[in-house]
Design a protein. Structure first.
Ligand code: NAG
Ligand code: NAG
Ligand code: NAG
Length: 440
């Protein structure tokens, strides 16, 4: 692979990850692996015993208390296995959320974004009946690769997530908290909705991300408020998802309130790619700002799109880690008053691909353009995961991933070059710094 440009931008990122595997560190590694295993065993017990007290299971894991399949993770078996020449691939934690009737889309999105190195948490919100959630969990358990890698989980005790309110923030933080507990090994958090779809394979994405500093956050943000002032920031709402157990209308107060001046508001989009460090800050930090903002935004419409940008930009520790692009393609309706995203179809296939974005939104259920993305970009067959370097079976073009190899071996495809080009555009000459948390 000709990744010199990115390598050139971040020589230290590549150097540190490679150095971590030198034989000198092996005893330390072995000890931490043993400790991590003990920690996981404990966690699963906690989850299992707490779930037996509630009416339904709280988390289903593919098979608790056993190790993942050694064919996928040979390096876990022998610390002397290999010293990689490329940086070790990172791992991404995905929260994939849907609502009533979305289990088919959630499952398709799981297949399309699947990689054994990643971690997945599926959430069907409380608008979906429990039977749909249980069925999804049973389907997931029946897929051999999910069972072998032990990295797909379904939330059994769901939350309400009103996208027009603030319960969506609570559901997202809940998902991130579970993912933090489930594994110490992931590096970025990505929250996908049922209407999203990837435009690159995970081998492409993990390959490019292996050259990036692990503290980068990809978040659209602006302090320019515009039409949002009257529609999104001054109205006071009460989200029924936070206190009523059946579906109801959002409650709007008649009065409006001042814009805050104790911190600066930033608005953005609900999709973002967030570092593990930052998620730990939002959930566990001694700094109180994440909680203060959580309470402030609980009475603001559509606040998921404002919460993460505002926390990031008001924190000196994180405001320099933010890239003002979430790597997601979306197209806006041409409307004079404000921008409304529209659903994508095959007429936009080319501009979607040309954009170099890693994800796109929003698609209709089983739209034909998704089949085209599967065939031409992901090489995915219906009902199968996207083939990667870990799939050792089949002819090219007919890989079903039923024979497994080392998950650290990536096989990036043609989409890598497009994502790399976008990344270089965003990062070269340190230009991204001039677009970080600008006060307008
Ligand atoms: C996010 O920012 C990028 C770059 O500025 C832009 O192309 C994209 O449309 C933005 N997305 C949203 C949801 O505003
Ligand atoms: C695709 O979307 C565009 C813009 O929303 C619309 O004008 C066009 O008719 C759609 N095409 C199909 C095939 O649905
Ligand atoms: C693809 O592979 C499967 C199993 O490996 C095999 O049964 C099938 O015949 C192959 N199809 C083609 C078109 O080669």
């Amino acid at each position: 692979m000709q990744l010199t440009p990115l390598q050139h931008l971040f020589p230290t990122a590549a150097a540190t990850t490679t150095a971590a595997a030198t034989p000198k560190d092996n005893t330390k590694n072995t000890i931490s692996i043993i400790l991590a295993t003990a920690f996981f065993a404990l966690l699963f017990l906690i989850t299992l015993s707490s779930s037996s007290t509630s009416s339904s299971f709280s988390i289903t894991s593919s098979s608790a208390l056993t190790r993942p399949d050694p064919r996928l993770f040979p390096a876990h078996q022998s610390p002397f296995a290999k010293i990689p020449s490329d940086p070790t691939p990172p791992s991404i934690a995905y929260l994939i959320s849907g609502s009533k009737g979305d289990s088919g889309r959630v499952l398709r999105l799981l297949y399309a974004t699947y990689h054994p190195k990643n971690l997945y948490l599926l959430h069907l919100d409380l608008f979906a009946p429990q039977a749909e959630r249980d069925r999804l969990a049973i389907t997931v358990q029946s897929v051999p690769i999910f069972r072998a890698a032990q990295n797909v989980n379904v939330i059994g005790k769901a939350d309400f997530a009103y996208s027009k309110g603030s319960s969506a923030i609570s559901a997202t933080l809940h998902g991130a908290a579970i993912l933090l507990k489930l594994s110490k090994n992931w590096d970025w958090f990505v929250n996908l909705g049922a209407g999203d779809y990837p435009l690159v394979t995970q081998d492409d994405l993990l390959h490019i991300f292996s050259y990036l500093p692990k503290d980068f956050n990809f978040v659209n943000h602006t302090s320019y408020i515009g039409w949002r002032e009257s529609k999104r920031l001054k109205p006071i709402i009460v989200d029924p998802g936070l206190y009523l157990s059946q579906k109801t209308q959002m409650f709007y107060a008649t009065q409006k309130r001042e814009l805050p001046n104790a911190f600066r508001l930033f608005t953005g989009s609900s999709f973002s790619i967030l570092s593990r460090n930052f998620m730990e800050h939002c959930i566990l930090a001694a700094d109180n700002l994440p909680r203060i903002l959580l309470m402030y935004f609980s009475n603001t419409p559509s606040s998921l799109s404002n919460y993460f940008p505002t926390v990031l930009c008001n924190c000196r520790q994180f405001s320099k880690t933010i890239i003002n692009h979430n790597l997601q393609y979306l197209a806006f309706e041409k409307s004079p008053s404000r921008q409304v995203p529209h659903t994508l179809n095959s007429s936009e296939f080319d501009s979607m691909i040309r954009s170099g974005a890693a994800f796109a939104t929003e698609f209709r259920f089983d739209d034909s353009v998704l089949d085209r993305i599967d065939q031409e970009i992901l090489g995915r067959k219906p009902g199968h995961v996207v083939p990667g370097g870990w799939c050792l079976d089949g002819e090219p073009g007919n890989v079903t991933c039923s024979v497994w190899g080392d998950a650290d071996v990536l096989r990036p495809g043609p989409a890598t070059a497009r994502l790399e080009e976008l990344m270089l555009k965003l990062l070269s000459n340190g230009e991204y710094r001039s677009r970080q948390c600008i006060v307008e």
